[in-house]
Write a protein that binds this ligand. Structure first.
Ligand SMILES: Cc1cc2nc3c(=O)[nH]c(=O)nc-3n(C[C@H](O)[C@H](O)[C@H](O)COP(=O)(O)O)c2cc1C
Length: 353
């Protein structure tokens, strides 16, 4: 199969969505070498904006006035059996450069307006497109589809109809960081399965589609992660203050990763201290609450105290998936499980990290 991946993320290789696309491709191509995959990274291409001149419709050759990277795209599109659009949701649709690429496919179509049997009108393809299959793989930052992803989905439905399969992943922001690998693994496994089903049956099964609308995190935890993700600085912010803000933000995210750890009625307490920043806080977890406090008057006797170097903490908590250099991420869940064990034993421990 000739597969074209159109990577429409302005982040290129750093795209969150690309992790899902890669898993889908793994499933699709597993056990067969009979596939050729070409990636067309839109952000790296020179594609002029459509000017609406209709040269392609008013000249017999049906060509665009611009001789840019759309020439390459046109050939790749014609040759492909399967086209995968990898895109983030931007303003409920797609990023402008990807939309422009679609606009520039006007020469793929004939000028005559014909009625669609399902309602509305269309412009037929200029050439025989054969049995091309289209897959839309998108991630978005919100945790739900409602009043969010519908315009993108509708656009692909109108453009490609039944030929289009869709994988739309909420909470997509999590897929690039190693610290979330445990939570994102089931979704990636479902994406792999979807790829295998498409290769085998020509469609994604209803049960796999169902898996692919599941969230990675519960809403409450996701909001803790997402809303603590912003370190706001300006030109007056010192390096030390920036570090302090980053450390704070990462620690406030940590309890969201402790879902499923069987904390007891007695609080389990992890104290984190960063001597160079003069910053100390506590995570206090019990059966009904997981909270971070920086107010020393609320501190409880700790079970696990971490004396940390800020630079190291910042770097290990931001390790990206597939990162080769310095790729050893820490696992906050292990710290919490260890602290819980200490609490149950009535013990306490200090670790320098
Ligand atoms: C300009 C901009 C607009 C965005 N608009 C939306 C949106 O409308 N809905 C949403 O849920 N997320 C939105 N997001 C978040 C992205 O969809 C999300 O971070 C996605 O995972 C990025 O994917 P990528 O890394 O593959 O580019 C927006 C992000 C940016 C930068």
């Amino acid at each position: 199969m000739n597969i074209l991946v159109v990577n429409g993320s302005p982040k290129g290789e750093l795209s969150n969505t690309l992790h899902i696309t890669q898993a889908f491709l793994e499933g699709l191509t597993a056990g067969s070498h009979d596939h050729q995959i070409t990636t067309f990274t839109v952000k790296d291409k020179h594609i002029e904006f459509c000017t609406g001149c209709f040269h392609c419709w008013s000249h017999k050759d049906g060509k665009c006035i611009f001789k840019d990277d759309m020439v390459e795209y046109t050939e790749l599109y014609k040759a492909a059996d399967l086209i995968i659009f990898n895109t983030p949701v931007y303003y409920f649709g797609m990023p402008a450069r990807l939309k422009n690429l679609l606009d520039r496919t006007l020469p793929f179509h004939l000028p005559e307006i014909v009625d669609r049997k399902e309602g509305g009108q269309r412009h037929d393809y200029r050439w025989d497109v054969g049995n091309k299959k289209i897959v839309l793989i998108a991630t978005c930052g919100f945790y739900s589809y409602e009043n969010n992803t519908e315009p993108l989905v509708k656009l692909f439905d109108i453009c490609f109809g039944n030929a289009c399969e869709k994988i739309i992943c909420p909470e997509g922001t999590l897929f690039s960081l190693k610290v979330f690998e445990k939570e994102t693994a089931p979704y990636l496994a479902s994406a792999r399965k979807a790829g295998a089903e498409l290769a085998h049956d020509g469609r994604i099964s209803d049960s796999t589609r169902q898996e692919l609308i599941q969230r990675t995190f519960g809403v409450e935890d996701y909001l803790v992660l997402a809303n603590n993700n912003w370190v706001k600085t300006d030109e007056n912010t010192t390096e030390e203050e920036k570090k302090r803000l980053t450390v704070r933000q990462r620690i406030h995210q940590m309890p969201a990763l402790f879902t499923g750890i069987p904390f007891t009625e007695v609080p389990t307490v992890i104290e984190m201290t960063f001597p160079a920043l003069s910053y100390t806080c506590q995570m206090q977890m019990d059966a009904s609450r997981r909270q971070v406090t920086e107010d020393a008057s609320e501190f409880l006797p700790y079970h696990l105290r971490m004396v940390m170097d800020a630079d190291r903490f910042i770097s290990i908590s931001a390790v990206r998936v597939n990162q080769k250099k310095g790729g050893n991420a820490y696992d906050p869940r292990k710290l919490a499980e260890f602290a819980l064990r200490l609490q149950k034993m009535g013990a306490r421990k200090e670790i320098k990290g």
